[in-house]
Design a protein around this ligand. Structure first.
Ligand code: ZN
Length: 300
């Protein structure tokens, strides 16, 4: 499952496409445009002849701003990829769902056409054209834009942990009023977005907080520390190009991530804790597996 670092890596990979114009779009599977009310025909007509002006991300949501004011929203779901490294004479990927043909803005480019492919084996992801609405706080919609606008479908998503406009102190105070467990809040994308299961586990280990710790047992500075650790672990992952373990997720150039080799708890059950040597344990919480150090993350 692509997490924030992978989506950010994808976003950065799309930056060379800014200024390009979509000159054609083909939809090969209706499920990939299931959120477009008018279906594939409407989708294709709305993207046609639009210039890509920005590549923006909030949490795991990614959108291309299309001039004048529309968003081409891309949600990668469980297994989606967006690839721009496809050669015009390459055989199409069997899981190709939507293909955009782009025309480069640069005049010195000898081959100005290129493909942008949305590939998704299971088609849990989707692409859609969405309206832009003002952000609630009047600040930029996400990474990659200064415009205080975001797609309707992203309006309920909180600012993500890498967003420079995220106010950690304010969010920590907001979290402190909740009567639930810390990991549940970390995974709630409406509070702070972009923290998936892997990063929640890693951040909680770094902050020495048990995933099931009740919020009311934690000080505001402890909550802020968990968020700061989440920010740091995601930055570390980004430096390494994402976490992916398998071939399901690859970045825009077809490379998979290397950060998985430096995870402290996630997927490390049975191995010694890097801090105290105790065996990392797996516990079940929220119908998923959490990895903890039972000593460092002791909950009283
Ligand atoms: Zn430990």
């Amino acid at each position: 499952v692509p997490e924030l670092p992978e989506v950010e890596t994808v976003r950065q990979g799309l930056l060379p496409l800014l200024g390009s114009r979509i000159v054609a779009a083909e939809v090969f599977h209706p499920r990939a445009v299931r959120h477009q009310y008018g279906g594939a025909d409407e989708f294709m007509s709305l993207v046609n002849n639009k210039e890509i002006t920005a590549a923006v991300r909030r949490g795991k949501f990614l959108w291309l701003l299309l001039a004048p004011k529309q968003a081409l929203l891309v949600h990668l779901g469980m297994s989606g990829q967006i690839r721009s490294d496809i050669k015009l004479d390459d055989l199409a990927n069997p899981h190709l769902r939507v293909r955009f043909t782009l025309q480069s803005s640069s005049t010195d480019n000898r081959n100005p056409l290129q493909y942008l492919d949305f590939i998704d084996q299971r088609t849990f992801g989707y692409v859609t054209i969405d309206k832009l609405i003002p952000t609630a706080d009047g600040k930029p919609g996400g990474s990659g834009t200064d415009l205080p606008l975001l797609p309707v479908r992203v309006a309920h998503i909180g600012r993500d942990v890498l967003d420079p406009h995220l106010d950690i102190e304010m969010v920590s105070n907001k979290i402190a009023n909740k009567r639930t467990e810390i990991k549940r809040v970390l995974l709630d994308q409406t509070v702070v977005s972009g923290i998936g299961n892997i990063y929640a586990d890693e951040a909680l280990w770094r902050a020495e907080v048990h995933p099931q710790a009740q919020i009311n047992s934690l000080s505001i500075s402890k909550i802020a520390n968990v968020l700061n650790q989440a920010q740091q672990v995601i930055l570390d992952s980004l430096t390494a190009g994402g976490t992916s373990f398998d071939n399901l997720y690859v970045n825009v150039n077809g490379e998979s991530g290397a950060f998985s080799r430096s995870l402290a708890v996630y997927g490390q059950a049975g191995k010694p804790c890097q801090r105290c040597g105790t065996e990392i344990a797996r516990i079940s919480f929220m119908n998923r597996s959490s990895a903890i150090c039972p000593v460092c993350q002791f909950v009283s």
